[in-house]
Design a protein around this ligand. Structure first.
Ligand code: SF4
Ligand code: SF4
Length: 656
């Protein structure tokens, strides 16, 4: 006998009628989320370039790849495959259920011929089996072997209930199919139903079928209605969140719009950072609502992994709990998260790189840090001294023994001349004021001279203002940046070579909104192009070199290949276990170069990882990374092992 909808069921229409109030409950739950999210700021008033309309192929691409296909989920293979089985299995079952409704309402012939055999029977059985195995894997893992991030700092309640509900729905679905087959005979294609029917072994099962049918229908509808009130709301919010995430690597921090403070008629001034939920943008509140509490961010965070009080998951979870409790105006938020945690963030962006739903954790943390510094003048002691130095001397290296021009002592280096010089070689504060890193600039000058590049330097080295931004002082950053922009413009500077990725990041991301539009190239990229074009000739060595990716060059600006090419032309490149976009921070970002660390020192953890590769030398392309690694290595080695790639290239120049 062919399949008949509502077979053996009287008043089956009752389940359709029950669906109506339960769908209303579902929609009401969604509305509750929107009501909470819309309490955030509708426009990014903090940014000079408001871009609230997120359309275009990149966003649509993100919706499909990260949102719907969940591409980031698969970064953890087993969990990813289990999620894939569960999601796509349930997706198939939902289509099957919708087709049954269309059959009931409009007579769509879904229970006939090959379609019935291959889709309604075989594919739906396969989908059910996939969803069941995915759910059981996740449930057992959650209860018996939870990974660190899932339970630290706390586990999310509610997932177990939903996973048990899915298991019940699928098992009762298979039982229903088997009871039908046991009564009506073999169903070609329904391989699971046929097998279970065989296990049941015949007998009158009509009343059991009716009980299971109503139970299955009620649990399934209740499950759907409960989704917006459960952790499974991510099924709806995650695709939206990922498709609205700004498609550039790393967090994109806006710059302060001074004009808003000059407008005497302005009703509301931009908030200086964030101390309560309503200060966040709607996008951030969507972030907090979408968080799965999966803890992948916690597992890669250098602060969390070395015993600091910061856990990016912990921060986002606290924010989402405040939202769920409607504590939108509650400014106890920062104390609950703690200034210590907020300042421990190195802004390395490892957390957002792994987040399956594209939450921007560093941006939320930085917005709170801005409030701590600009509104409360709250900053850890050592970082505070660096900040004072920035305010007084426009560079953060307090107590330095170097003057602004010491790095070029005894060297004949041209100053930038308008109309004559092509590139400004930007030195930056980390190279100017630390003796160890001054060698990077001297090496770079030699390289550029050898290659015959037209370049010059400023009369006196300066800072981009990036450390002020990292510490949370947007005013100071804008002030320093605007002075630089004015000087560059008056000198006719159009092209800049940087040796510090923080400077590169500032020039390319934070200067343009302030009017500073320059062509900027990091020294690793520039050196690579000189080698490729034959303008630099190197002696190739046999040495093994491992390369540490600076966060602001790699993860934040997608520059992975060029520095590796340079290293590969000097010797044999060795990778650390955590490399490229999964690289581990040196610990110096976010102003934490000037920090007294709690727990294990991040630079020591990274130095150990580099040493364990057995490489003879450790290369990097950032003065802060070089300083941090050099210091971290002191715990394990007596000899100098860490170098900037400019130093390594300079040492291996032919006739150098
Ligand atoms: S940006 Fe880096 S340090 Fe900050 S929370 Fe994320 S992973 Fe941790
Ligand atoms: S922020 Fe992202 S990675 Fe972190 S717990 Fe939430 S969903 Fe997971």
């Amino acid at each position: 006998m062919g399949r008949v909808p509502y077979w053996n069921i009287s008043y089956g229409i009752g389940i359709d009628l029950l669906a109506v109030p339960l769908i209303i409950i579902f929609l009401y739950g969604l509305y509750g989320h929107w009501k909470r999210i819309k309490q955030g700021k509708a426009r990014l008033t903090f940014s000079l370039r408001n871009s609230s309309l997120k359309i275009g192929p990149v966003y649509i691409g993100a919706l499909f790849t990260k949102g719907i296909l969940g591409s980031r989920i698969y970064k953890k293979l087993f969990t990813g495959v289990a999620h894939g089985f569960l999601f796509w299995g349930m997706f198939l079952l939902s289509i099957g259920t919708a087709l049954v409704f269309l059959n009931v309402l409009f007579g769509l012939p879904v229970f006939k011929g090959a379609f019935n055999r291959w889709f309604m029977s075989f594919a739906l059985d396969a989908g059910g089996l996939a969803a069941l195995s995915g759910t059981l894997f996740l449930l057992i893992r959650r209860l018996a072997f939870p990974p660190e991030g899932l339970v630290a700092p706390k586990a999310r309640p509610g997932f177990v209930l939903m996973e048990v509900a899915i298991t019940v729905i699928i098992l009762t679905g298979f039982l229903l199919e088997a009871l039908r087959i046991a009564h009506n005979g073999f169903d070609e294609g329904a391989f699971v139903g046929n097998w279970v029917a065989g296990l049941l072994g015949g007998g009158d099962s009509l009343s059991l079928h009716q009980i299971v049918w109503w139970g299955h229908g009620f649990v399934a509808l209740a499950f759907i209605a409960y989704i917006p009130y459960s952790p499974l709301i991510h099924l709806v919010l995650a695709p939206i969140n990922t498709s609205l995430a700004i498609p550039v690597p790393g967090p994109k921090m806006g710059v302060l719009d001074f004009s808003a403070f000059e407008d005497e008629e302005a009703e509301e001034l931009p908030s200086l950072g964030v101390c309560k939920l309503t200060d966040f943008s709607r996008k951030r509140l969507l972030d907090f609502s979408s968080c799965l509490w999966c803890g992948r961010c916690h597992e890669v965070c250098p602060a969390a992994q070395t015993g600091k009080s910061l856990s990016p998951k912990g921060v986002i979870v606290t924010l989402s709990e405040y939202m769920n409790k409607d504590k939108f105006q509650d400014d106890s938020l920062l104390d609950e998260i703690s200034a210590n945690a907020i300042y421990s963030c190195t802004t390395c962006a490892a957390c957002m790189e792994v987040c399956p739903v594209s939450v921007n954790q560093p941006k939320a943390i930085m917005r709170m840090r801005q409030h701590l510094l600009m509104e409360r003048s709250e900053i850890p002691d050592i970082m505070g001294q660096a900040h004072k130095s920035l305010e007084a001397r426009q560079h953060p290296f307090f107590g330095t023994g170097s003057g602004p021009n010491d790095w070029r002592k005894d060297m004949d280096i041209p100053s930038f001349e308008e109309g004559k010089t092509e590139y400004l070689l930007w030195i930056g504060c980390a190279i100017t004021y630390e003796e160890r890193t001054q060698k990077i600039a001297r090496s770079m000058v030699n390289i550029l001279q050898k290659a015959g590049v037209s370049f010059g330097v400023l009369e006196e080295s300066r800072c981009t203002g990036d450390p002020a931004k990292q510490m949370g002082n947007e005013f100071l950053f804008s002030e320093i940046a605007q002075q630089n922009i004015e000087e560059f413009t008056s000198l006719g500077i159009k092209k800049i070579i940087t040796m510090c990725p923080h400077c590169y990041n500032s020039f390319t991301r934070h200067y343009p909104p302030l009017g500073g539009l320059f062509k900027v190239v990091p020294h690793s990229v520039f050196i690579n192009s000189l080698i490729k074009s034959g303008r630099l000739e190197l002696r190739n060595g046999e040495q093994t070199i491992c390369y540490h990716d600076p966060c602001y060059l790699g993860r934040r600006n997608n520059i992975f290949a060029e520095p590796r090419n340079v290293v590969a032309s000097l010797g044999r490149l060795i990778e650390m276990p955590r490399n490229r976009e999964n690289s581990f921070c040196c610990g110096g970002g976010g102003g934490n170069y000037w920090a007294e660390e709690e727990g294990t020192r991040i630079n020591q953890a990274r130095a150990k990882e580099a040493l364990d590769t057995g490489a003879v030398k450790i290369a990097t392309a950032c003065p802060f990374c070089l300083l941090m690694l050099t210091d971290g290595l002191k715990k394990y080695a007596d000899v100098e092992k860490a170098y900037d790639i400019a130093e390594l290239v300079n040492n291996q120049l032919k006739d150098g």
